[in-house]
Each structure stands twice: as structure tokens, then as C-alpha cells.
Design a protein around this ligand. Structure first.
Ligand SMILES: Nc1ncnc2c1ncn2[C@@H]1O[C@H](COP(=O)(O)OP(=O)(O)OP(=O)(O)O)[C@@H](O)[C@H]1O
Length: 241
């Protein structure tokens, strides 16, 4: 299903005044495609991603997956204000896959177990989805290191495990924050290519936040943020006024 950010504004309190981190951003990410969100430090990329991820409630506007409103202010509808609720936690687990800048793998578990843990969080036996986990490790080129722990993997390999893990629950939306910041240029390109390929294969609607435009040849669309606003529609982007 498509991901829609509809007139998202996010204002943080800042002492006596406020900071408008995201300023009336509207963006559609069609299912099966990847949109890169670019912009300088402080332009609002992480804030926009946090709203899309339902980790932060917007001050105004709403996030939809298909026709379902999944994040909106408290007066905005049945699931409104949900960023802090149990419903939001379930929604994130079931419909949204998130890859953080640091892979955040569990050090004492193998790559395979890190993926299987996602089943455990759904209340299922970790081994229930072993085939899915092995398939995903294969898809990210890491089938042969399934039994290794994160400390035995390179930074790029850890990032690939984190991407595979984010796809364990068949998310409709995949959100990836600065996946290449700890990697050299060619590994960065490989990670973005991996994300775009898996996005096409799984039909997820994907946003990748990055500083690094040089890695983005494989994405479907790119948009630029400046001071919280979208500037220019961006190549291939379905940005709306
Ligand atoms: N919790 C917060 N409280 C107050 N202001 C915040 C908060 N988080 C972010 N900001 C401000 O909101 C603006 C956007 O920040 P954000 O982190 O979203 O930008 P960014 O583009 O992701 O930056 P970077 O590339 O450095 O991670 C900045 O002015 C920042 O100082």
C-alpha cells in the first residue's frame, strides 16, 4: 500500500519559544518504490521519519498507509495521538519496518536469532519463521554468516542484517535512517541498491533518509528538505501541495 504524509507539521517546544522541525510536508510514496529524503543537518529529516514511523505525533497533518490513518494529532480521528499508545506499538511491529542509523542488533544473538526475535515479539516461537529469516539473510547476501554474532560482522554486514530484520514481519512501509553514514562509498551504494531491490520485491513503500546524494542512483524518487519544508518536487517524487 502507498504511504502518504499529508500536510505534516511538527513543532517542538524550545524553552520560551518553539522550533518548527517539519513545516507542511506532503509526500506520497507508492508501494514498491523508494523515495530518498535529502537535506542538510537540522533540515528536519529525522523528525519527518519519526512522524512517518509513528514514533512522534505530528502537530498537524496525518500519516496514512493506504486508507488507514496511522498517525495524527489527538483530535484527528480514531487512531489519533497514537504515537505513544499500545496500538501504535502494534502497528509499528506489524506494518512498519525501521532501520536505524546504528543497526542496534542484539550482541549476544546470532544474525539468524536477531531476525527470529521479531517473531518472538509477536508472541510466536522464534523458530516459527526460520525459513523466512533464512530467506531474508539469503536476499541480503548473508546466508553464510547466519550463525555469527554482530561483533563478528563488518559494519556493512550488520547494516544488511538490520535491513533483513526490518523486513521480517512483511511490513508495508520501510523507513531507513542514514544507512550509509558509517560505510565507505561503494558499500553505501550497495546498501541503497539492496534497499531499492528489496522494496520492489516486497512491495513496501520505502523512505531512505540520507546526506549522501552520491549513493542514490538506484532510488525511484528524491526530495529535498530545507528548514523543514520540501524544496522543489524532486526527481520522480509524488509530492503534493
Ligand atoms: N526533541 C527536540 N526538541 C527541540 N528541537 C528539536 C528536537 N529534535 C529536533 N529539533 C530541532 O528540529 C530541527 C530539525 O531536526 P532534525 O533532527 O529533524 O534534522 P535532521 O535533518 O535530521 O538533522 P541531522 O541530519 O543532523 O540528523 C532542528 O532545528 C533541531 O534542532
Amino acid at each position: 500500500m502507498d504511504l502518504m504524509l499529508d500536510h505534516i507539521t511538527l513543532v517542538y517546544p524550545d524553552g520560551e519559544s518553539t522550533v518548527t522541525a517539519v513545516d507542511d510536508v506532503s509526500l506520497t510514496v507508492p508501494a514498491g518504490t523508494t523515495t530518498a529524503v535529502l537535506g542538510p543537518s537540522g533540515s528536519g529529516k529525522s523528525s519527518l521519519l519519526a512522524v512517518a514511523a509513528t514514533l512522534t505525533t505530528p502537530t498537524s497533518g496525518e500519516v496514512r498507509i493506504g486508507d488507514d490513518v496511522v498517525n495524527a494529532p489527538a483530535d484527528g480521528g480514531p487512531t489519533a495521538g497514537s504515537a505513544v499508545s499500545a496500538d501504535a506499538a502494534r502497528l509499528r511491529r506489524d506494518r512498519i519496518g525501521i532501520v536505524f542509523q546504528q543497526p542496534q542488533l542484539i550482541a549476544s544473538l546470532t544474525a539468524l536469532e536477531n531476525l527470529e526475535l521479531m517473531s518472538h515479539l509477536r508472541g510466536e516461537r522464534p523458530s516459527t519463521h526460520r525459513n523466512r529469516a533464512l530467506e531474508l539473510l539469503e536476499a541480503v547476501g548473508l546466508r553464510d554468516v547466519a550463525a555469527k554474532r554482530p561483533g563478528q560482522l563488518s559494519g556493512g554486514q550488520r547494516q544488511r542484517v538490520a535491513i533483513a530484520r526490518a523486513l521480517m514481519n512483511h511490513p508495508e512501509v520501510l523507513l531507513v535512517d542514514e544507512p550509509t553514514s558509517a560505510l565507505d562509498h561503494s558499500r553505501g551504494i550497495q546498501i541503497i541498491e539492496l534497499v531499492t531491490r528489496l522494496t520492489r520485491e516486497t512491495g513496501a513503500a520505502t523512505i531512505v533518509v540520507t546526506h549522501d546524494e552520491a549513493t542514490l542512483d538506484s532510488v525511484d524518487a528524491r526530495v529535498h528538505l530545507a528548514d523543514g519544508r520540501l524544496v522543489g518536487a524532486g526527481e520522480g517524487a509524488v509530492a503534493r501541495a
